[in-house]
Design a protein around this ligand. Structure first.
Ligand code: FES
Length: 162
């Protein structure tokens, strides 16, 4: 072999990782993995890239966005691969992310239950259409002005003629 035996072609990396070459090229464009180019402009990956790809796939499979994975990989020194300890720390963070996402989904499921069989898709009434509208939960009207100390003070001044 004319090239370094510690290196893999993109086809070999794809085969060994089970990740399509197109996805590997995408990872590379996103700065998650690196390659060098041969004189014929072909990609060559260091074998340790396999471990980086494993880290990316494991993280993606629990729903972590690539941008976040990239940020975490950015903590690795140049050319280093994710160690066991690195994965342990990252997976601790992923667990928190996963739990937060499960809680959000459970809240959405509860809201969604109210929608089943409704079909109104109303901005005023449907909490799934407009989940952040806390005031909307109280309905429209003057009570909107009475929430908050500043408004209460203004109202008190108006009543006292101040
Ligand atoms: S569709 Fe009617 S409450 Fe959501």
């Amino acid at each position: 072999m004319p090239w370094n035996t510690k290196e893999l072609t993109i086809g070999e990396l794809a085969e060994r990782s089970g990740v399509p070459a197109s996805a590997l090229r995408f990872y590379e464009r996103q700065g998650l993995i690196r390659s060098r180019r041969t004189s014929g402009n072909q990609r060559r990956y260091h074998r340790t890239t396999l471990r980086v790809v494993a880290f990316i796939r494991a993280s993606q499979n629990v729903g972590i966005p690539l941008a976040v994975i990239g940020e975490v990989l950015g903590f690795l020194p140049e050319g280093a691969t994710p160690t066991r300890e690195f994965w342990v720390r990252a997976s601790d963070c992923w667990r928190e992310e996963l739990n937060a996402r499960i809680e959000r989904l459970e809240r959405m499921r509860d809201l969604f239950t109210e929608c089943i069989g409704c079909g109104c898709l109303s901005f005023e009434q449907c909490t799934l259409v407009n989940p952040g509208d806390k005031l909307g939960e109280k309905g429209s009207g003057p009570h909107r002005l009475s929430s908050g100390p500043r408004v209460e003070r203004v109202e008190a001044e108006q009543v006292s003629g101040g």
